[in-house]
Design a binder for this molecule. Structure first.
Ligand SMILES: NC(=O)CCC(=O)C(=O)O
Length: 281
């Protein structure tokens, strides 16, 4: 049986270069969120290392044997929360087999993994160039997992720009999309909030994002602004760029209310847009 509400915590963690310090800090914040009544806790993209292609291989671990899974599964068990952390995975960094990976932990059990499908390769001349594909390999499948609160789905950061993931999640009855992410000072103000509200309103589900806190001494300056959006596209919890935990009470009844009042999911004309992919260039 699924519960009708839960408390979500998105930990906008201050991340530094020492992995052990990051893990201890994350664990402390997870336990704090549990004391505040959180049932589901999300960590940012790269919670255990600075964000940047130069760091990925060094900080990557194999799954599930690595240090980070070990520390966090213990934290999930102690805190009795469903935990969604993001990190990098490797079997062999020398051969560039690193993936950007999100794992979902219930107590000590790994209940799902998601590998970032769309790698962050962009070039805005004079502003920002980033090539995750220099070091990462993309994942090749969608991730939907069952929770006590209904099905949820995952995208990692740049994945949020691709509306198809949230659209499929909604059609498969997910209640929430979770995007651990780390937008930056260029694309953050442009698109971070817009994308999550768009994903939410188009698909009438909850959307949660979780960024690292901003560090102006780092090589990549995260935008921050971890946020939770409801199925009508309204922001129900957010923050600025400093370290903070964003809490939101998720009332799942709202899904029904919004979906019944504006019943777009019943009104779609798949007879007209039968196969978007078939016409894609
Ligand atoms: N880590 C990422 O995928 C960053 C994505 C981003 O900043 C964007 O604008 O998209």
């Amino acid at each position: 049986m699924t519960s009708n509400s839960f408390k979500l915590a998105c930990i906008q963690l201050a991340v530094g270069s020492n992995k052990r310090t990051n893990l201890d800090r994350a664990k402390g914040k997870i336990l704090e969120a549990a004391r505040e009544g959180a049932n589901v806790v999300v960590l940012p993209e790269c919670f255990n290392s600075p964000y940047g292609t130069q760091y990925f291989a060094e900080y990557a671990e194999s799954i599930p044997e690595g240090e980070s899974v070990s520390v966090l599964s213990q934290a999930a068990k102690e805190a009795k929360v469903l935990l969604v952390p993001f990190r990098n995975e490797t079997k062999n960094p020398a051969n560039c087999t690193t993936h950007a990976l999100c794992i979902i932990l219930k107590a000590r059990e790994l209940i799902a993994t998601h590998r970032k499908i769309h790698l962050f390769d962009i070039d805005i001349p004079g502003k920002i160039r980033f090539q995750e594909s220099d070091i990462l390999k993309p994942g090749n499948s969608l991730t939907i997992f069952d929770t006590a609160y209904g099905k949820m789905s995952i995208g990692i950061c740049y994945d949020m720009r691709f509306p198809e993931l949230a659209m499929i999640a909604a059609r498969k009855a997910c209640v929430m999309m979770i995007y651990p992410g780390a937008f930056n000072m260029i694309t953050g103000p442009l698109h971070w909030e817009l994308l999550q509200r768009a994903r939410a309103v188009d698909n009438q589900l909850f959307v949660a994002t979780c960024s690292p806190a901003r560090d102006m001494n780092a090589t990549y300056n995260a935008w921050g602004h971890s946020t939770v959006v409801d199925p009508s596209g309204q922001i129900i919890a957010t923050t600025e760029h400093e370290e903070a935990t964003v809490y939101a009470e998720i009332d799942l009844q709202q899904l029904q209310t919004v979906r019944q009042s504006i019943p777009v999911s019943m009104q779609r004309r798949f007879d007209i847009y039968v196969d978007v992919a078939a016409n894609a260039k």
